[in-house]
Design a binder for this molecule. Structure first.
Ligand SMILES: O=C(CO)[C@@H](O)[C@H](O)COP(=O)(O)O
Ligand SMILES: [Fe+2]
Length: 226
């Protein structure tokens, strides 16, 4: 199958109604979401706690498309199998989260998942230069991880360009996460990102009872990038 470098929108359920997560995932997909982004936070690597593998497993039957799990946890390795068992398609770990990133990425692939590596806004693109053979996805963060609804950090734009050059023809997705909305999306898409994570810009615009707002929000992002 040819590698899909077209623009994809991955709503982050961090901004969804936690009391109705299954219905929220179904609503977002019905309204045009390409991937579903699940933010796992441990209160240690980041100063917030969200949910773990049990919630991901419970959501799997409600997600027909790509289940994209963003791990903001340290350590990572002891939990890879649990997220793979939960049904993750992509598992992304932070390059800053441990000393043996190669081992982590290889373990993700060995567990049958696609492997992603995330970089915090203060981490240079070069930090992943020696990892390109081990990854299916690069995630330069456009906010410091831990919370939704933060302001987009502009320095991610030249970093995306640099990562795009480094990737060349390799089948590696470039995902961006944090503060993505119709005003910031075109900047990152033009720089070379193909997967745009958006939390508040999608789930903040509707509800399970009024899901058309999600569709309008995703259309606005796509149109801004066209
Ligand atoms: O990983 C994270 C935050 O750490 C994200 O996935 C957020 O959930 C994005 O939220 P918005 O900035 O789009 O509201
Ligand atoms: Fe995320």
């Amino acid at each position: 199958m040819t590698f899909d470098r077209s623009l994809k929108i991955a709503p982050s359920i961090l901004a969804a109604d936690f009391a109705a997560l299954g219905a929220e995932c179904e609503a977002a997909e019905a309204q045009g979401a390409d991937w579903m982004h699940l933010d796992v936070m441990d209160g240690h690597y980041v100063p917030n706690i969200s949910f773990g593998p049990a919630i991901c497993a419970a959501l799997r039957p409600h997600i027909r498309k790509v289940m994209d799990v963003h791990l903001m946890i340290a350590p990572v390795d002891p939990y890879i199998e649990a997220f793979a068992q939960a049904g993750a398609d992509f598992i992304t770990a932070h390059v800053e989260a441990g000393p043996h990133v190669h081992r982590t990425l290889q373990a993700i692939r060995a567990a049958g998942c696609k492997a992603g590596v995330a970089l915090n806004p203060g981490t240079p693109a070069e930090a992943v230069a020696d990892l390109l053979d081990e990854v299916d996805l690069l995630l330069p963060m456009s906010v410091n991880p831990g919370f939704g609804g933060q302001k987009f950090i502009q320095t991610v734009v030249p970093k995306i360009r640099k990562l795009r050059d480094m990737v060349g023809d390799r089948p590696i997705h470039i995902q961006v996460d944090g503060g993505i909305d119709p005003s910031t999306a075109p900047l990152v898409a033009e720089a070379g990102a193909d997967v745009l994570v958006a939390g508040s810009a999608v789930f903040g615009k509707g509800s399970v009872d009024a899901p058309e707002g999600y569709g309008d929000a995703m259309r606005a992002i796509r149109e801004a990038c066209a």
